[in-house]
Ligand binder design. Structure first.
Ligand code: SF4
Ligand code: SF4
Length: 288
């Protein structure tokens, strides 16, 4: 089983559209939406839930008013300004779960316990098993959730005998991206030809280099700025990336997404053809 991780230097480059289209082209595969902070792959795959589980991402503090002696120590030591005075209360949205207030409370009035941060689960989609998660607003520790989700997806792929595990990763270079890198066979970065697109691509490429991973570049909307597309491709070559292809700006993408479908499912279009060509190239590279 080969793991293909689709990433982007920033959000909105077309990463999820490409990952969903790869899932369609891979036929017998397992797909996982590892972009848990802004999950949206389910919109075009429309999976039916099979199993849901609760996710506890970390601990948060609250105050037992009956035990509180109103000394104010918790407010003094909290570096996140999560504690308000009179009566003393802790905002669950501001609390970072460091536990310092619980250690310092002389009356044992701080309750410090695990909180429900979201859910994750396995679903059935028209392209096979789908693993997805939902993180509640303002919840953190998304890297831990990605690791949980990925472990489940790898297990599901092994059980299904899937040839591919397609992972829609998070944008950027943060914790959820790092959590998605383990065991991948190929990383595809979808980038747009802009100055900021190239900058964000290079940050991510540098991260992959540090991790000893070789990547592939897919340039989206390359024809909106052909000069910048050339610069982007040159930067990718500098990192030893292979170019998977160039996807043109195409109204067919909007039509497919409005129909909640992957590229090429509703109708053939130039962008769908470019992603199909990229998929064939990627498969050929992986089979070398
Ligand atoms: S440190 Fe404990 S006793 Fe003091 S105000 Fe905070 S919760 Fe109340
Ligand atoms: S757990 Fe940490 S962040 Fe939360 S209220 Fe206590 S000191 Fe502040």
């Amino acid at each position: 089983m080969r793991q293909i991780l689709v990433l982007s230097g920033k959000g909105g480059t077309g990463k999820t559209t490409v990952a969903g289209t790869f899932a369609r082209l891979a036929a017998a595969c397992v797909t996982a939406d590892c972009d848990v902070d802004a999950a949206d792959l389910h919109i075009i795959l429309e999976p039916e839930p099979v199993e849901r589980k609760k996710y506890y991402g970390g601990k948060k503090a609250s105050i037992d008013a009956a035990k509180c002696v109103r000394c104010g120590r918790c407010r003094e030591v909290c570096r996140f300004e999560a504690v308000s005075a009179g009566p003393y209360r802790i905002s669950p949205h501001a609390c970072e779960g460091c536990g310092v207030c619980a250690w310092n409370c002389p009356a044992g009035a701080v309750i410090f316990k695990e909180t429900l941060s979201g859910t994750w689960g396995i679903s059935a989609s028209r392209f096979g098993v789908f693993a997805g998660a939902r993180l509640e607003p303002a919840e953190e520790n998304s890297g831990k959730l990605v690791a949980t989700l990925k472990t489940a997806a790898v297990k599901a792929a092994a059980a299904a005998g899937a040839e591919y595990l397609i992972l829609d990763g998070s944008p950027g270079i943060g914790c959820p991206v790092l959590a998605s890198l383990g065991g991948v066979s190929a990383v595809v970065i979808v980038a747009e030809p802009t100055v900021s697109g190239r900058h964000d691509f290079m940050r991510l490429a540098e991260l992959l280099k540090q991790q000893g991973l070789k990547g592939f570049l897919l340039v989206n909307k390359y024809d909106l700025n052909k000069e910048e597309a050339v610069r982007l491709e040159a930067a990718a070559a500098g990192f030893g990336f292979s170019l998977l292809g160039r996807v043109p700006f195409d109204a067919g993408v909007v039509k497919a997404l409005l129909a909640r479908r992957t590229l090429g499912e509703v109708a053939a279009c130039p962008a769908a053809e470019a992603v199909e060509t990229a998929w064939r190239r990627l498969r050929a590279e992986l089979e070398k």
